[in-house]
Ligand binder design. Structure first.
Ligand code: 2AM
Length: 516
């Protein structure tokens, strides 16, 4: 063995919690990881907290580096460097510092942060000839990073062949027989076998784009669960613990998902200070970091009706208007006879059970619509940005590791395996039949919420999406006539070929002319 050979297989820059956990995960899989952080004391502490014993007999470990020059020298060439710094200008700061410190043009720099996909497209182009810039979505939070995230890589395909073995080894694993995530690994003992939750997504910003849509779907998924909770609480008078029990039961069926599981857990948790349910002492003002907003903006830009995802972003915005809502709650009337909204006629016994079942069905149907919207958005994006997505693969790699992991994703995977060019998930036989069977409960819940004054923006928008999508003739004929009336925007006719446009002389003799 050449003792002068650089020891490290992979480099990792940015040792905040995501970076640290990803470095440990990589080392657990037998790799030597060069670790660097701008503030050197963070590197020292990290490496001394994780001596070689942590990685058992995997052969992996950490190589601390205090300068970027030392970091570059520690890496085998051509180099593979993962950057996990704050999304935004810091990514360019690090890339430029790496170039100044002597990086080579065939070295790969992977941005594993929550970067905006348009930045990734720009960077991939800007750094060509100086380094190979590669973007990878990483989902699964801190635990995912440590024991197996869902990884959405996008960039040069040749670079991907070099990254693939590492990405496949560190990603979450799914049992190929059941489609369910395999048990988390423990330090020094990685999971063996299983299907890796990663696949090549496409060039330049494709990986970060798909990660963004994942987060948009996550917003919708969370909002829908919250609305189910709100209805059960308000209309059935159930306690958080009782709702937690219902959610635990749901988590054993079609709605089995990570988010359902943690929600059941949260609802059963008491406040360590007051003993009240913890949800009752947490302020109802939701924060956000921007990926849901980016998804909504992109949907608006592409005119894709991702309404439930967008409503979920608006719902967080509405929640943040806490002071205004408190004032408005004392001024604005709800439905007659129900002060402040909400039902005072709570179903109980069999009626209660039946009502709970309708909420289950509403949640299930609305969830299908939220996912249908996310996939519809990606479908439009691949045309607009010149990508070629494999939707079955995308659903497959979301089955484990990520926040939206769910039993349901196995069904989406199968739907796209059956029909890779499916126009809309709603048209898949399995989902079509499931909605057909469950839609009456969904409609009852939305109607009940409207009559009781309980806000259900995501449930209701999903239903409007479903009903709009299945409606042969929408009133857009009238709308287009208005546009032609005031702005001569022209219209197409139902009895003429698509693409031929007409204008009616609304303010003159009302004759019609074909326009070129
Ligand atoms: P720090 O410990 O020196 O602050 C999350 O903020 C991570 O990104 C941290 O590891 C942080 O390093 C790193 N980071 C943020 N901005 C950076 C920059 N401009 N250059 C290098 N690292 C940065």
């Amino acid at each position: 063995m050449n003792n002068d050979a650089p020891p490290a297989d992979v480099g990792l820059i940015g040792l905040a919690v995501m970076g640290r956990n990803l470095a440990l995960n990589i080392a657990d899989h037998g790799y030597q990881v060069a670790a660097y952080n701008r503030t050197a004391s963070v590197t020292d502490e990290f490496v001394s907290d994780n001596p070689p014993e942590v990685f058992g007999d995997t052969g992996g470990g950490l190589v601390p580096c205090s300068t970027l020059e030392g970091f570059i020298a520690a890496l085998k060439t051509p180099r593979i460097i993962i950057v996990l710094v704050k999304a935004g200008p810091a990514v360019d700061t690090v890339c430029n510092a790496l170039i100044d410190a002597g990086l080579s043009p065939d070295d790969i720099v992977i941005d594993g942060g929550n970067s905006l996909w348009t930045d990734t497209i720009r960077r991939e182009k800007d750094y060509r000839g100086r380094l190979i810039f590669f973007g990878s979505g990483v989902s699964g939070g801190e635990v995912g990073a440590r024991f197996g995230p869902s990884l959405m890589p996008g960039g040069d395909e040749n670079a991907w062949t070099r990254l693939k073995p590492i990405w496949e080894s560190i990603s979450a694993k799914v049992d190929p027989d059941t489609g369910k995530p395999m048990e988390n690994a423990s330090p020094g003992k990685p999971v063996s076998g299983g299907e890796p939750c990663t696949t090549y997504i496409g060039p330049n910003g494709a990986g970060h784009y798909v990660k963004m849509v994942h987060n948009g779907i996550e917003y919708a998924d969370m909002q829908l669960i919250c609305e189910a909770y709100q209805i059960l609480r308000t209309s059935c008078g159930m306690t958080p613990v009782e709702i937690g029990d219902v959610f635990s039961t749901w988590n054993e069926g079609d709605l089995d998902s990570y988010l359902m599981e943690i929600t059941a857990d949260i609802l059963k948790q008491g406040d360590p200070t007051t003993g009240k349910p913890i949800v009752d002492v947490i302020l109802d003002a939701a924060g956000m970091k921007g990926t849901g907003t980016w998804t909504a903006i992109n949907a608006l830009n592409l005119a894709v009706p991702a309404a439930t995802i967008t409503e979920a972003v608006f719902a967080r915005g509405m929640s943040a208007l806490k002071d205004e809502r408190v004032k408005a709650s004392k001024i604005l009337a709800g439905p007659e006879g129900i002060p402040g909204g909400g039902s005072n006629d709570q179903p109980s016994g069999d009626a209660g059970e039946q009502f709970i079942a309708t909420v289950h069905d509403a949640l299930y149907c609305a969830k299908i619509c939220a996912y249908a919207q996310g996939f519809q958005l990606m479908s439009a994006a691949q045309v607009e940005y010149d990508w070629k997505f494999n939707f079955g693969e995308i659903a497959r790699i979301w089955r484990g590791g990520c926040i939206i992991r769910a039993r349901f994703l196995q069904k989406i995977t199968e739907a796209y395996q059956r029909a890779p060019n499916l126009d809309n998930l709603l048209l898949d036989d399995y989902f079509r039949a499931r909605i057909e069977a469950a839609q009456s409960g969904w409609r009852q819940v939305v109607a009940h919420a409207a009559l009781s004054g309980i806000p259900t923006p995501a449930f209701a928008s999903a239903l409007a999406y479903y009903d709009s999508y299945r409606t042969e003739t929408l009133p857009a004929n009238l709308l287009q006539a208005m546009r032609d009336f005031f702005g001569a925007h022209t219209y197409e006719r139902v009895d003429e070929e698509r693409g031929k446009v007409f204008h009616l002389d609304w303010s003159g003799d009302r004759s019609e002319a074909e326009m070129s």
